[in-house]
Design a protein around this ligand. Sequence first.
Ligand code: HEC
Length: 320
Amino acid sequence: MKTFRILAISLAGLAFAGIAQAAGGAKHPHAPEGGWPFEGATGEYDLASVQRGYAVYKQVCSSCHSMKLMSYRNLGEKGGPFYDPAYPNPNDNPFVKALAADNEIVSPTPNDIGEFEMRPASPADRFRSPFANDAAARAANGGALPPDLSVITKARPGGASYVYSLLTGYPDFEMYEDRVTEANGETVYQTVIDMAKFDKLGADKPQHGPAYLIQPAAQYYNPYMAGDTKPNYLGDPRHAPPGGFLAMAPQLVPDRVEYTDGTPATVEQMAHDVAQFLAWAGDPKLKARKETGLATMVYLGILTILLWFSYKRIWRKVEH
Ligand code: HEC
């Protein structure tokens, strides 16, 4: 009886989870064209892309998002984007040292007179945090807290594909329109987006326009963000666009980052690279893990064959 009750509750829970998902109705994240190189049993990170992704994080995201679980030395560890076999200890790697020194941090330990000085980071230091604490981060971001990105690809369904889809999913700037209306004798200024013109919605795009979505102040519409657009949609609420609003404005515009390897910095390329960098940060031992997994499978396979033959041999004289 007890088992039955537990089962019934779990099933009901699952059903509600399904409803919540449906109401959230964000678009399903998708991988960049060609998929991710790190997927599958033998997939590995494209380290050149992870290197560029670090540049995107450093030059764009790190002004708002911390990565508190990462140290600069991680960049130069085996499997990391700046690993150099000449320096098995990344603390000695001059390139990693230079990357670290490019960040001014507050020293985690006080000096002789008890003050916390600013100094260039060393490979042993954690990534520089943009804000002293969460309150300061919220104050600078209209009350919203930019989440730490250390393990964001593990924390959100869809992982790297979610980060990629979110960053590339915003409407283009040209799509925002100013709308002036009268309400209770007062003039109201709003920013709206005509969903009928928003091609990125694909099959979810309204067939007949204009179908305006009102963007709340300091919030930005994104079809991949979990949320609800119905209260802000001026069209048929049954066909409200997927997604929701978040406090992060679109961050990537072409050539926002200068790539040293000459790769053209399109929005898709930067989103692809930073998502792959974040996937690496969240799972830096992926290569070693897959290699061990594969070796274990081969070992178990050989063991199975050996066991089969010894079983045949041991029981060969027994009738059955
Ligand atoms: C100007 C500050 C700022 C910059 C720069 C910025 N973000 Fe954000 N980001 C935010 C804020 C604020 C939020 C929280 C939004 C909310 O919860 O409404 C956020 C949220 C996110 C989220 C979580 C969305 C969710 O599902 O909750 C991800 C992922 C993200 N940012 C990735 C990035 C990446 C990658 C970059 C660099 C390309 C970047 N951000 C640059 C401010 C910023």
